[in-house]
Design a protein around this ligand. Structure first.
Ligand code: ZN
Length: 163
């Protein structure tokens, strides 16, 4: 067994369950492959990595992150009205739908709040913004990242990029 610990530039595989304060599950790796990520390269929310620092294979940790350490507070400026003409004419728009806008900074997901004839109200806030998030995490595997992975800033192979 390796004595590697969760720290920057380590590739970590974890099983996790994330719950909101009403105990509803918003995300979980249960019945799926573990989540694999390169620690210290902004692949995960910062609070998650901070709470898992130093954990070894087999360790389980449960912690709660306030919004500042997770997806931030909701920003009312993130709710905007867009003219229907900005959407593809043949796309059927529904409340709750998540679409992705292509902006200069890259893909930006947003959710549809209301659908009018002229205008569509959308929300660019992250779905989990403004929420305290509780994570229950088990470390499944840890390994040193390859030089190529460090250069790219992400994981290659199982659970990562294939290119
Ligand atoms: Zn790569």
């Amino acid at each position: 067994m390796s004595e590697l610990k969760m720290s920057d530039n380590v590739v970590a595989s974890v099983h996790y369950t994330g719950t909101l304060q009403d105990e509803s599950v918003f995300d979980s790796s249960e019945d799926k492959d573990p989540l694999t990520f390169l620690v210290g390269h902004q692949q995960m929310i910062s609070g998650f990595e901070q709470e898992m620092q130093g954990a070894k294979v087999g360790d389980r940790r449960t912690f709660t992150l306030i919004p500042e350490r997770a997806y931030g507070e909701r920003d009312d400026a993130g709710v905007v009205q867009l003219p229907r003409s900005q959407f593809p004419p043949d796309e059927e728009l529904k409340v709750g739908m998540v679409l992705v806008a292509q902006v200069t900074e890259g893909p930006l997901p947003f959710r549809i709040l209301t659908v009018g004839e002229e205008n569509i109200t959308v929300d660019f806030n992250h779905e989990l913004a403004g929420h305290d998030l509780t994570f229950s995490v088990e470390v499944v595997e840890l390994r040193e990242a390859t030089e190529e992975e460090l250069e790219h800033g992400h994981v290659h192979g199982p659970g990562g990029h294939h290119h």
